[in-house]
Design a protein around this ligand. Structure first.
Ligand code: NDP
Length: 400
């Protein structure tokens, strides 16, 4: 029987919810393009409940304990004496969400001789040293598509928030003010602007589709070009790389995975290629941007705004400069963990576990690393290597 170690974010400060804002979620059967939503044999939770925090347990306890396995759930994941480190020695499966990532570095993988499977409950497995997983023969799987649409909705919200200057306007109201000139002196219409996405995978394409009705000019770059009929329908302009796309854009949105090719892609050099006053939205991964170059870009006015929900490391230390830089619209890492998304990736995690324990193949589209190499979705979107360097900094965050 196996030990499953599950790292989840803390419960709400006022305790685990006893009621919710809405009574049900819309029922989806397929994602755009036809992939079916997760299909475990059963689930032991009510969709719409908070599943991603410690007491939610991703709805897994009844299933795992019923099958004789041990489930350990903790939020204590950083520092050498963390529960994660203490429990790793005999863990066979480690599960965590990118919002509160268990950084599975080479050192941690080496400390876990029984480890066979690392599951990302969500999308984006850069918090695992993929090179180390490849070398140790550990399978890495994620719940592909589970929150891609959630993030695409968030991207559109952030683009509009920055361009229209929504956050300062909201703050004006909350603080009792009414100075309209203050509110609008940085407020523009999105209509007619040039918007470009770095990557047009599941999220990037969904962003392009959602922006089409805003009558903007749409651009993208990706390692693989989209089908010609999709380019035509959306009126897309393809660019061979980010460096050739950004000088044309008023808004740039980053939707690529973090891997050695994309780490620090947006530094001083890339930002200098942009039009003065470009808005940059990054819900992909914090480390795709150079932390201090973003601050410099905002302070000089080269960037008119920066928004997103992804940081490095996570949780971000209290003195992380993105908390205080000008004209930002940052939130904690939340866009892919709406209650709607949680229901899908909790079910997907259960599906992956059922396959693993019953010796059935895990869906190709969920695989990132398998059999000692990049596999499935990972072989398409990632490059081998390690993007976890510096993750020990996460231990500097102190809970208030
Ligand atoms: P997909 O795999 O569908 O799309 C990723 C796309 O990125 C692919 O089209 C891939 O290209 C492309 N890509 C990879 N490397 C490069 C590169 N160097 N330059 C340009 N394009 C590149 O994933 P999703 O769209 O679902 O998710 C994308 C990322 O968003 C995730 O990896 C994750 O990091 C992040 N994410 C964030 C969430 C949040 O809560 N903030 C939640 C979910 C995801 P190709 O496959 O054509 O080679």
């Amino acid at each position: 029987m196996a030990k499953v170690l599950c790292v989840l974010y803390d419960d709400p400060v006022d305790g685990y919810p006893t009621s919710y804002a809405r009574d049900s979620l819309p029922k989806l059967t397929h994602y755009p393009g036809g992939q079916t939503v997760p299909s475990p044999q059963a689930i032991d939770f009510t969709p719409g409940e908070l599943l991603g925090s410690v007491s939610g347990e991703l709805g897994l306890r009844k299933y795992l304990e019923g099958a004789g396995h041990t489930l350990v759930v903790t939020s204590d994941k950083d520092g050498a004496d963390s529960v994660l480190d203490r429990e790793l020695a005999d863990a066979e499966v480690v599960i965590s969400q990118p919002f509160w990532p268990a950084y599975m570095t080479a050192e941690r993988i080496a400390k876990a001789p029984n480890l066979k499977l690392i599951i990302t409950a969500g999308i984006g497995s850069d918090h695992t040293d993929l090179q180390a997983a490849i070398e140790r023969g550990v399978t890495v799987a994620e719940v592909t598509y589970s929150n891609s649409i959630s993030v695409s909705e968030h991207v559109v919200m952030l683009i509009l928030s920055l361009v229209r200057n929504y956050i300062p306007m909201y703050q004006t109201v909350v603080s009792g003010g009414w100075n309209i000139a203050d509110c609008v002196s940085r407020s523009y219409d999105l209509e007619g602007m040039h918007v470009g996405t770095v990557a047009a995978g599941r999220i990037g394409l969904a962003v392009l589709k959602r922006l089409k009705p805003f009558d903007v000019n749409l651009h993208y770059t990706d390692r693989h070009r989209l089908p010609a009929d999709v380019e035509k329908e959306l009126g897309l302009t393809f660019h061979s790389d980010a460096a050739s796309m950004v000088p044309i854009c008023d808004v740039v949105t980053i939707n690529a995975p973090l891997h050695p090719e994309t780490e620090h892609l947006f530094g001083d050099e890339m930002i200098a290629k942009m039009k003065r006053g470009t808005y940059l939205v990054n819900t992909a991964r914090g480390k795709i941007c150079d932390r201090d170059a973003i601050v410099r870009g905002l302070e000089s006015g080269q960037l008119a705004g920066y928004a997103g929900d992804v940081w490095f490391p996570q949780p971000a230390p209290q003195d992380h400069p993105w908390r205080t830089m000008p004209h930002h619209g940052m939130t904690p890492h939340t866009s892919g963990t709406s209650l709607s998304a949680q229901a899908r990736y909790a079910a997907g995690t259960r599906e992956i576990l059922e396959c693993f324990f019953e010796g059935r193949p895990i869906r190709e589209e969920y695989l990132i690393v398998d059999g000692g190499k990049l596999a499935g979705a990972g072989a398409h979107a990632y490059s081998a290597g390690n993007a976890t360097g510096g993750s020990e900094e996460a231990a500097r965050f102190s809970k208030k």
